[in-house]
Write a protein that binds this ligand. Structure first.
Ligand SMILES: [Zn+2]
Length: 335
């Protein structure tokens, strides 16, 4: 049993409270590789932002759970080495699918876990969520639960259509589970293809597809039911058009990739939404830089040659999100 506090990690409780009160959101970036981890830490240190580094089931399978945990421990040491004396780094399990997976992560030093029972019947979701919360709270680990179903594909979490969270259920759910934060469904979606072109309208000026707006009315009803309670948005990549264009210009094929417009995320961050999950944008930033590099330097074969611009491009994206979208820059309790 390893407690996250011994690794220098923090849970989400304090940072969420400050984020809800301060009208901004904490970035939750997924990571699978060393380059992503380095870029996340560099961006968080340079902007003096708290940050959530999250690990999905797919990341655990790809990188190995133990390696990811040691990388998070390394992230704390790296942040200090970069000059941040009191970094606030959360190691979070994204979409835990069972009590056992959540327990496994808590036991190996995660400071926060998500149990995603959104596909289960309501009472079953409450039962397992409660079980995870009871175990996690013994070690002061915070727990995110989910109500409502997001469309899209993230690792093995896939759903055809979304079901908005029902505001009339949130008080009962939050009270009976004891969860620390609640992931809701208001129209965000996993992956780089969040909407089909037929769900979108076309901007007459630019000819670009405009996705349907998020259901802010549902969000505001939830906020009224649970004043000040931390709300989480999954599937909140914006799928930047310039990265998609770069990928397509250098041999890729991502037609009609569509994300959530940043102005909508900016608006959400001002509400009780205090954690915004971003994964696809990092994948796109990495792939765009690598594709471009391969075309421009066909003789290169040292991974450091193409992973350096990939890392720089991800870092630029992370800083942009922190400063221009979520507003978490300069929000460390102590620098
Ligand atoms: Zn998710």
């Amino acid at each position: 049993m390893i407690n996250y506090k011994d690794l220098g990690l923090v849970n989400t409780r304090e940072m969420f409270k400050r984020a809800v009160d301060g009208g901004y959101a904490i970035p939750a970036f997924n990571f699978n590789t060393m380059e992503q981890m380095q870029a996340i830490v560099q961006a968080a240190v340079e902007t003096k932002s708290p940050v959530i580094m999250q690990v999905s089931k797919g990341a655990r399978k790809y990188a190995n759970p133990t390696i990811l945990r040691f990388m998070a421990e390394g992230a704390v040491a790296y942040a200090k080495e970069l000059g941040c004396e009191h970094p606030e780094i959360v190691l979070h399990l994204d979409h835990g699918d069972s009590f056992e997976t959540c327990k496994d992560c808590i036991d190996m030093g995660f400071s926060s876990v998500m149990f995603d029972g959104s596909a289960l019947p309501y009472e079953e979701n409450i039962k397992i969520s409660r079980q995870v919360v009871e175990y996690a709270h013994k070690f002061d680990v915070t727990v995110e639960c989910e109500l409502g179903v997001l469309a899209g594909v993230e690792d093995e979490v896939a759903a055809e259509v979304s079901h908005y969270t029902k505001p009339e259920e949130v008080i009962d759910f939050a009270t009976r589970t004891g969860c620390d934060s609640l992931a809701i469904s208001i129209g965000t979606s996993h992956g780089a293809y969040k909407f089909k072109p037929e769900q979108c309208t076309r901007d007459p000026k630019t000819g670009k597809l405009v996705p349907p707006p998020l259901a802010f009315d549902v969000l505001h009803q939830i906020e009224k039911k649970l004043p000040g309670f931390p709300i989480v948005l999954h599937g909140s990549s914006s799928v930047p058009q310039d990265e998609v264009d770069t990928i397509n210009a250098y041999g890729g094929k991502l037609p009609d990739a569509i994300g959530i417009p940043e102005e909508q995320l900016r608006e959400a961050a001002k509400s009780a939404v205090c954690k915004i999950n971003i994964d696809s944008d990092s994948r796109l930033a990495m792939t765009a830089a690598i594709r471009k590099h391969f075309v421009e330097f066909p003789s290169h074969f040292d991974p450091r040659q193409y992973l350096t611009p990939a890392r720089d491009n991800m870092k630029k994206m992370y800083i942009h999100k922190i400063v221009n979208v979520l507003g978490s820059d300069g929000k460390l309790a102590q620098c």
